[in-house]
Design a binder for this molecule. Structure first.
Ligand code: PGA
Length: 258
């Protein structure tokens, strides 16, 4: 049984004050929800303040990126130890915006992943094809290569904590979601590659999230797919109300205000 995991990726949004308000509201909206795992990914500057609000809740705290070295002359980077100290247990690695705007490569993601696993994080490794790649029929090949290169020589027992986020670049922030069938097809492919790389047991237990314009209106159909184990949510996680409706996708009451 894979516990569904929902991440709220706030990207470069929210001052400390706004972040505090959002998690206070989120706490209230979702209460003590137990059957799913919920994590928020605020900007670095708000981590400490959000950690304080999340104390004694089930909501986890994560970072949107990290460097693989623990300390040193790396101006502008953030170390895994600093993130642990700030209360993070989760970290997003290789988001398509990092790949696209900041030159993140599979090799770098691989180094970050190894450091993250070693230090006890739950890493969310993002993969996904661009629109031209899908149009040219290359989506599967692109995602397979990303996954293989990001997971190169990652075989410690800690890999069981790994989460993969399939996020087609053309669906991120565009309002266009992959259909549940398109998403399932890619999630199946990812699980098959995990099987080949890590064996049956791990492939069956590693969670694969979908990301890309997830909203309260489309989450239910996505979650019906056998290999979709949660969502990484950008825009719709900025408001506690809509993020909570996504998290409570099973609960009829969450549809009350649609
Ligand atoms: P979106 O972003 O939900 O705004 O499309 C998803 C993501 O980038 O993780």
């Amino acid at each position: 049984m894979r516990t569904p995991i929902f991440g709220g990726n706030w990207k470069m949004h929210k001052t400390v004050k706004e972040a505090i308000h959002t998690v206070e509201d989120l706490k209230e909206e979702i209460g003590n929800i137990e059957e799913v795992e919920v994590v928020v990914f605020p900007p670095f500057t708000a981590l400490n303040a959000v950690k304080a609000v999340l104390k004694e809740t089930q909501i986890g705290l994560g970072a949107q990126n990290m460097y693989w070295e623990e300390k040193g002359a790396y101006t502008g980077e953030i170390s895994p130890l600093m993130l642990l100290e700030a209360g993070c247990r989760y970290v997003i690695l290789g988001h398509s915006e990092r790949r696209g705007y900041f030159g993140e490569t599979n090799l770098r993601i691989n180094k970050k992943l190894k450091a993250a696993l070693e230090l006890g994080f739950v890493p969310l490794v993002c993969v996904g094809e661009k629109l031209e790649e899908r149009r040219k029929g290359k989506a599967k090949g692109v995602v397979a290569t990303q996954l293989r290169e990001c997971l190169e020589k990652v075989n410690s027992p800690e890999v069981q904590r790994l989460v993969i986020a399939y996020e087609p670049v053309w669906a991120i922030g565009t309002g266009e979601t992959a259909t549940p069938q398109q998403a399932q097809e890619m999630h199946r492919l990812i699980r098959d590659i995990l099987l080949e790389l890590l064996g049956e047991e791990l492939a069956a237990s590693i969670r694969i999230q979908y990301g890309g314009s997830v909203k309260p209106e489309n989450i239910k159909d996505l979650m019906r797919q056998p290999d979709i184990d949660g969502a990484l949510v950008g825009g719709a996680s900025l408001q506690a109300r809509s993020f909570a409706r996504i998290i409570r996708y099973k609960n009829k009451n969450s549809l009350r205000n649609i």
